[in-house]
Design a protein around this ligand. Sequence first.
Ligand code: ADP
Ligand code: MG
Length: 700
Amino acid sequence: MTPLDQSPAARVEPEPVTALSGVGPALAEKLARLSVHSIRDLLFLLPLRYEDRTRLVEIGALRPGMRVTVEGEVELSEVVIRRRRMLLCQLADGTGFVLLRFFHFSRNQAAGLRRGTRMRCFGEVRLGTSGMEMVHPEYRRLAPGETPPLDETLTPIYPSTEGLQQKRIHRLVEAALARIDAEPPADLVPAEVLADLGLPSLLDALCYVHHPPRDADQALLEQGTHPAQQRLAFEELLAHQLSLRLLRQRIREHVAPAMVSGGSLLPRFLNALPFQLTGAQRRVLDEILVDLAEPRPMLRLVQGDVGSGKTVVAAAAAVRAVEAGLQAAIMAPTELLAEQHLRSFRGWLDPVGVTVSALTGRLGAADRRTALEQIGSGQAGVVIGTHALFQAGVEFARLGLVIIDEQHRFGVHQRLALTEKGEDGELRPHQLVMTATPIPRTLAMASYADLDTSVIDELPPGRGQVTTVAIPDSRRSEVTARVRKACAEGRQAYWVCPLIEESEQLQYQAAEDTATALADALGELRVGLVHGRMKGADKESVMSRFKAGEVDMLVATTVIEVGVDVPNASLMIIENAERMGLAQLHQLRGRVGRGRDDASCVLMYHPPLGQGAERRLRTMRETTDGFRIAEEDLRLRGPGEVLGTRQTGAMQMRVADLMRDQALLPRIRKAADRMLAEQDPAVAALLERWIGDAARYGKV
Ligand code: ADP
Ligand code: MG
C-alpha cells in the first residue's frame, strides 16, 4: 500500500466555497473555473502580481510603465475632439504635471473635474505626445483638506475569469484568511527542509503573499523569488514530483516479462546493420537491455539530439523483445513518420526474419483485418503505427515492449492508455519513450520524474557541417538560384512552406502554389509536393521517390518537421522562418546534414523582424546544438510550451516556474525520496492540495 490509500487527509471533504455567505451556485461555478472549490482553495489562489497603493508618488518622478497613485489639482480641463471625443485634464502637484485622458465620460464627470478640483488617481503612466499621461485612471475627488488614508499593504491582483471582479475575489480571499488562525492549513513540507532553505512556514507564507507589507521587496515579488513565494513553489513542485513518482511506483508494482539475454537474434541484427552503433548508442542500448531483463516494467526516456540515431536503438530493443518471444509496438506521432519507421524497420529486420506489421488510421478494411490478425496471432513481432495502435479492437498476442517516438506530442494519458493495452493478467509491458526535445538535466528530473533517463550525446561519425543563413524574402530569387545549383550538383532540397494557422485550406493552397511556381522557375528540376491533406499512399509515394533520388526538391508543409530521414538531402529552405518556434526550426533543420556532404539551411524571413524572431534566428545561426537551442527555447517560451505539457495540463503550475525555480529541484527530489520511503501521510495531502483531480495519476 502506498500513502495515498492510507492517509485520512485525502478523504476529509474540505468545506465548499458555497459555505461562505454570498456565494451561490453561479459564483461557485465561476470560482471552479479558477480551480477554487473549497474555502481552503481560496488560500491557494495566488496573486499574479501586485499594485502599490501604499504611497503617493510625486508627479515629477513619474516614468512610463509605473502603476502608481498621484495626488494634485486640476489646472486645465477640456473636452476636445481629435479622432475621438475625449476629456483631457492636466493634473499638477508642484513637482510636475500629468495629463489624464478619458474617452468615456458623462457630462457630470466632465463638470466634476473642472479647474481647481483636487483629486487622487491611480493608473499606469505612459509617455504621450505632450509628456506623461494616464489613460482612464481610477480616481476620487478630494474635498478641501481631505487626505484619505493610503493602503497599508500591497494590493494583490488575482487570476480571474469572465464576470468575476477583483473586488469580489479580494473579499472572498479575505473571508478565507479570516479563518486561517482557527483552522490553519497543515504544514506539509518537512520542517528541517524549510529550515535548511531558510523558507517560512506555510501560514506565514500565505499571509505574506496575500498581504505583502508596504516595505516588501517588490522586485522579488514581481519575479516570484520572494521567500514566501519560494516556500509555495517548493511545495507545489514537491507535489508534482510526488505525483509522478507515485505513478512510477504504481506501474513498477506490476510484473513485466523479463527478457533475459542469450538469444542470437540481437547479435545477428547488430551485425547486419550497414553501420556500427556509436559509443553513445551502445551505452544507451545496454541501459535498456538491463531494464528489459528485469521482471518489472521499464520506464525509460531516451533523449538525443536530432539525427543522433534514436530509431536504430529502438529497433534493437524491439529485437530483444522478439528474441524473448514477445512483441514490440512502436507508436509514432504522424502517419508520415510511421511509414518511414516501417521502411527503416523492414530494411533492418527482414534480413533477420522478423515480421513487421503496420497499423495506421489509413489502412483499408482488408489490410486492417490482416494486420489485426498478425498482431493477434503473434505472427507480427514488431508493430508500427500511430494512435490507431491503441484503439479498441487491437489485441496483441503477447506485447512485451511499447516504444513511443517523439514523445512531446503525446500526453501522459496516452502513454498510459498504451501500456494498459499490453496488460495481460498481471503482466505489463516495458515502456521506452524517445524524445527529440533535449532538455536540461534538472528539468528532465522534474518533468519526467516517472522515467529513468538515457542520453545519446554523440552524433554518428562522418556527418557534414550545417551552415545556416537568414535571408529576407525580397531575395527569394537568389534562394531559388541556390536550389538550382545544388540540385544540378546532384543534391536534394527541401522547401518548407509557411504555416498558416488560421486556415488549413490556405496552408495547402500555399504549398501547392509554391510547388507550381518553383516547378515553373526551375523547369529542369523534378519537384515533389507533400502536405498533410494528401492521401497516405500519395504521400508515401512522393516520399519514397524523394528518398530514391527521383525527386530533386520536395516542397512540403511542416508535416516533415518530425523525424523524416533522407540522408542525400542537403539543402533546407524554410519560408517565413520568423513565425516558427526554435524547437520547430531545429527539427526542420535536422532533416539535412544527415549524410557526408556539408549542408545548408536558409531561413527566409519577412521583415521587419520582431525582437523574439530576431533572437530565434540569431540562435539558429549561432548553434546547431539541440541542448543549447532547447535552453534558449525554454527561456523564450517557458517549459509548459516546450515540453508540450501545457495542452495536456499535466504540468500546469500555480506558483512554481520550472525554469526560475530550477535551483530548488535537487532538494525537492531528496525530500520526495524521503517522504516516499517513510510513507509520509503528508504525501496524499500534498497531492490533494496542489494536484487535485490530477491525483488520479498516482492511482494507476
Ligand atoms: P533521430 O535520432 O533524429 O531519430 P534517426 O534515428 O532518424 O535520428 O537517425 C538518423 C540517421 O542516422 C538515419 O539515417 C540512421 O540510419 C543513421 N544512423 C543511425 N545510427 C548510425 C550510426 N551509428 N552510424 C551511421 N549512421 C547512423
Ligand atoms: Mg527520430
